[in-house]
Design a protein around this ligand. Structure first.
Ligand code: FAD
Ligand code: SF4
Length: 501
């Protein structure tokens, strides 16, 4: 008898494994071993376990022979089920997490185990290998264009991109308008917890697992139906402004025109191709701005797929990358934002503690930027992100933090390190207006740490960075700083890092 194991982040709606064998016994395991091995945000645990239980309920209503268990280990309960159901072949969709696959392979199971291609992504691992084998550099932009053609998304009849350009990012970096927004960002859609979710909240709140953040005010979708409502809401209310305002950061609103679809995409509640197609259709039907729709589609068909492919392609060793040899410990301000006077850091971390979410620019240009300039060990940075975010999974965390955020891979993912001084944060946010530090000062008691850390970082890593074409202009600016001021900058950066705890 064939049996099917549905892993917790594979909650896809029309699972081909089940469709191909509708009578096969199914098993789902709420594996508490994960929550004992790493601290997770309370909202992440609630999201995953509630979504799993809703999925199980849906399968049972459809008449499936489903066994659902909560267990701290996998081998014993699996073997018990295998024996009870007389399973001789266990089918599993390839897990997105390569470590989980290894763990499964190490289990001593009393039947044959078969991994089948997973259906949660648009690119399969072999397709990426075929694409990558003839290239020296795996530029996301080229990957994205191949994906657009492959899936015929925003493509004219002659094979050219709709509107003449593949990438409209230049139109998408608007700062916040000086006199405020005409259209205020809409309040994001909320899904009040139902009975199942309330039970999970209570369990997580009283559990003995190490947890982080707040479980209170949980209002995420936990079913396919609600995840689709979240997508519809984004398309109706937000996508038109997504492109122009995607880089803006404002105190008290960590979502703005972003979609918060990553938690659903990463669990399988939404399929990336459906999301991309829905956005494309809305463009044709509603005459939406192309910069917004193309920008959004690029995030999913481009960045998301690309990160997943790179994670698989580079394998386990990728995590060990540390190009700048940064070895400092993660400072406690990442856990206790009240310990810093840096308003941008405190605001974003406080919101992450409450919600488990921050949008892309907050993650990249505040949280990760600071960690890179403060010479924190990349693995420590990755582990913090993994704990703090509701959408964190190994496959997406590693390339985003190690590669894009920390440039620890030496330039496989990014063409230059994503670093900035206070200038960028001041331009794109309102944080500097209410900060104890002065964003214009590079030295002195009120100088913004982003400023002296930035110039000190460029100075210390000058030799390495000189070989990166896109850093040349920035390094020229470093040469313009007079020697006396540079000495002060370096001394202040050293002082700051030595006292940073
Ligand atoms: P939107 O801005 O509305 O974008 C739409 C979708 O595009 C997202 O839902 C997401 O699925 C996809 N997307 C966009 N950029 C990326 C990217 N770089 N990698 C993967 N998908 C992308 N994303 C995660 O899903 N989980 C993480 O743990 C995660 N950690 C990150 C850590 C760092 C340091 C950085 C720089 C980025 C990280 N990202 C992560 C990528 C990205 O920031 C989030 O996907 C995005 O902020 C999720 O919010 P949203 O759904 O509102 O996104
Ligand atoms: Fe952040 Fe510096 Fe601006 Fe303060 S002045 S908010 S620390 S960038």
């Amino acid at each position: 008898m064939k049996g099917i194991w549905i892993v917790g982040d594979q909650l896809i709606e029309d699972n081909p494994l089940i469709q191909n064998s509708p009578r096969a016994p199914l098993i789902m395991i709420e594996y508490t071993g994960f929550s004992l091995s790493r601290t997770y945000h309370k909202k992440k645990l609630i999201l995953v376990w509630s979504a799993m239980r809703h999925y199980a309920e849906k399968l049972r209503k459809r008449g499936a022979d489903l066994t659902y268990i909560k267990a701290a280990e996998m081998e014993k309960p699996l073997n018990k089920w295998i024996k009870n159901k007389e399973i001789d072949e266990l089918h599993i969709s390839e897990p997105a997490n390569i470590h989980l696959k290894k763990d499964i392979e190490k289990l001593n199971l009393n039947c044959k185990v078969v991994f089948l291609p997973d259906n949660q992504f648009m690119w399969q691992a072999q397709e990426f290998r075929d694409w990558a084998c003839s290239r020296k550099k795996f530029l996301m932009e080229n990957f994205y264009r191949t994906g657009r053609k492959k899936y015929d998304i925003l493509i004219e009849k002659d094979g050219k991109p709709f509107g003449g350009k593949w990438n409209l990012d230049r139109e998408n970096r608007k700062p916040p308008p000086k006199d405020g927004f005409q259209d205020k960002p809409p309040q994001h859609i909320k899904f009040p917890p139902d009975k199942i979710t309330k039970e999970v909240i209570a369990e997580v709140e009283r559990s003995k697992y190490p947890t982080y953040g707040k479980g209170k005010d949980f209002n995420l979708a936990v079913t396919h139906e609600d995840a689709k409502k979240a997508l519809d809401f984004f398309i109706e209310e937000k996508i038109a402004n997504f492109g122009s305002y995607q880089d803006i950061m404002l105190t008290g609103d960590n979502v703005l025109w972003h979609s918060i679809l990553s938690p659903y995409l990463n669990l399988g509640l939404l399929h990336p191709l459906n999301v991309v197609k829905k956005a494309e259709l809305a463009y044709y039907q509603k005459n939406l701005p192309l910069n917004s729709v193309e920008g959004f589609i690029r995030q999913i068909l481009g960045w998301r797929e690309y990160m997943h492919c790179i994670y698989n392609y580079k394998g386990e060793k990728y995590l060990k990358n540390n190009w700048f040899n940064h070895e400092r410990e993660l400072p406690t301000i990442y856990w206790y934002p009240e310990r810093t006077a840096m308003n941008c850091m405190a605001s974003v971390i406080e919101e992450v503690r409450d919600t488990g979410y921050a949008h892309h620019i907050q993650r990249l240009m505040v949280l990760s930027n600071f960690a890179l300039l403060a010479e924190i060990n990349p693995l420590e940075v990755k582990n913090w992100f993994h704990t703090a975010f509701i959408d964190a999974y190994d496959w997406v965390m590693q390339p985003n933090v190690i590669g894009m955020g920390q440039f620890a891979d030496g330039g496989i993912i990014a063409t230059k390190p994503y670093i900035s001084s206070a200038n960028y944060i001041n331009k794109m946010s309102d944080y500097c207006r209410n900060c104890a530090y002065n964003h214009n000062h590079r030295t002195g008691i009120d100088a913004c740490p982003f400023n002296y850390l930035y110039w000190a970082f460029l100075h210390k890593n000058n030799k390495k960075l000189r070989n990166i074409a896109r850093m040349k202009l920035i390094l020229k600016n470093l040469e313009r700083i007079d020697k006396k001021e540079l000495k002060q900058i370096l001394a202040q950066a050293d002082d700051f890092l030595n006292y940073l705890k």
